[in-house]
Write a protein that binds this ligand. Structure first.
Ligand SMILES: *Cc1c(COP(=O)(O)O)cnc(C)c1O
Length: 402
């Protein structure tokens, strides 16, 4: 088969996307999929031999390349090798997996935890395992794609409410049968906007309407709360989330996802969730790196303080320069550009000046709200941040955004 039959829908999809990409490439506006040859501590990278300031990384605490974490990964390779050659339920569970899960449970102050090989697979598998036909799942409109996919796969009735609007959520809950099983899911920090969910009100509504509560902490683990434990610590509402989901690929410099919660829940998922039963276990080096990362977060609390200071400097500096950064309060800082074209031009201008930022365009965000999705980490220094903001300002002027 080739792509010559214009009536074939696979051909239509493939050609439409490739045409869009080609057009952007031809105008020197394509900066996705760039190979990075060196990661220099999270704040800088090398691309095509040039060192650039990194403002698109999720290594919020700057832990990538941390000597203790690298050492733990190397020791795990020496001890176990590189692969697990089995699924967790059968021959794939190593002592390092059990240690990692105990560490996560302790860090999140829950009874137990389970890990999967990606955050995406965690959401897909956990949501679709817990819910089925006849149940209801209620999501914030800006929830991550992996949550949306899990909800669709579950077969439950899928309802959404206006972003971070607790009145809209309450309306939804009021419409549902009192005795129906309901699961409310939200990101703690929204991955494209950087704002924080109205957690106290969310918890109150779930309690009042007897709904289960699941929170995706991909962008709050290590970021929110005085010791980085996440959104419950940030609001002083420990023990209120039923299903604590997170990833090991952002603040934690590894790969994988987890769910922490009551031991009955975790026991069930170990015997029912398909990503755990039918997909190979996390490689030992990644499990060991993840485990040690939680220890490092607790041992080096200055990283959270520095991230908070850098975040403040970055957000207020961009706002003072006239940029719209929506309602972000965290390390994810949307720099609104408007049209997709403006976002591409701003990216090009910034990248030409050794500042690594990337555009997010529709359909990932609504049309007209294309943006640079800039991120800041604890690895950046104040003078570097100042310089990056000067570049972004210049790029914004070239693109006509400010
Ligand atoms: C990145 C992300 C995920 C997926 O995690 P991976 O470990 O990268 O698969 C899930 N939820 C949210 C909110 C994310 O930002």
């Amino acid at each position: 088969m080739d792509f010559s039959n214009e009536n074939d829908t696979i051909t239509q999809r493939v050609c439409a996307m490739n045409k869009r990409v080609d057009k952007i490439r031809q105008s020197d506006l394509y900066y996705y999929n760039q190979p990075i040859s060196e990661l220099r501590g999270g704040a800088r990278v090398v691309v095509k031999g040039r060192e650039m300031g990194m403002y698109a990384s999720y290594s919020y605490l700057g832990l990538v390349g941390h000597p203790r974490i690298n050492e733990a990964a190397q020791q795990a390779i020496a001890k176990y090798g590189t692969g697990t050659h089995g699924v967790r339920l059968l021959a794939g569970t190593l002592t390092i997996h059990t240690e990692l899960e105990e560490t996560i449970a302790e860090f999140k102050k829950t009874e137990a935890a389970i890990t999967y090989t990606s955050g995406y697979a965690t959401n897909l598998s956990v949501i679709s395992t817990l819910l089925g036909r006849g149940d209801y799942v209620i999501c914030d409109k800006l929830n991550h794609a992996s949550i949306v996919d899990g909800c669709l796969m579950s077969g439950a009735k899928f309802l959404r409410f206006r972003h971070n609007d607790m009145q809209a959520l309450e309306k939804r809950l009021q419409q549902l049968p009192v005795n129906a099983t309901k699961l409310v899911i939200a990101d703690s920090v929204f991955s494209m906007d950087g704002d924080i969910i109205d957690f106290p009100k969310l918890v109150e509504l779930c309690q009042n309407y007897k709904a289960w509560l699941m929170i995706d902490e991909a962008h709050s683990l290590g970021v929110l709360g005085s010791t980085g434990r996440g959104i419950e610590e940030y609001f002083g509402l420990e023990g209120t989330i039923d299903i604590n989901m997170g990833t090991l690929s952002k603040t934690i410099p590894s790969v994988g996802g987890y769910v922490a919660g009551r031991k009955e829940l975790i026991e069930y998922l170990r015997h029912a969730s398909r990503a755990y039963i039918f997909s190979a276990a996390l490689p030992p080096a990644q499990a060991a790196a993840a485990k040690t990362s939680f220890d490092v977060i607790l041992d080096e609390p200055w990283r959270i303080e520095k991230l908070n200071a850098n975040t403040k400097q970055f957000i207020s500096g961009l706002q003072e320069r006239g940029f719209n950064t929506l309602h972000t309060e965290t390390a994810i800082v949307p720099v609104i550009c408007g049209s997709d074209e403006s976002a591409y031009v701003m990216t090009r201008e910034a990248q030409h000046r050794d500042t690594f930022v990337l555009p997010v365009v529709s359909p990932a965000v609504p049309p007209g709200l294309a943006r640079l999705r800039a991120t800041i980490t604890a690895a950046h220094e104040p003078d570097e941040i100042e310089r990056a903001m000067e570049v972004i300002e210049l790029a914004g002027k070239v693109a006509g955004v400010i």
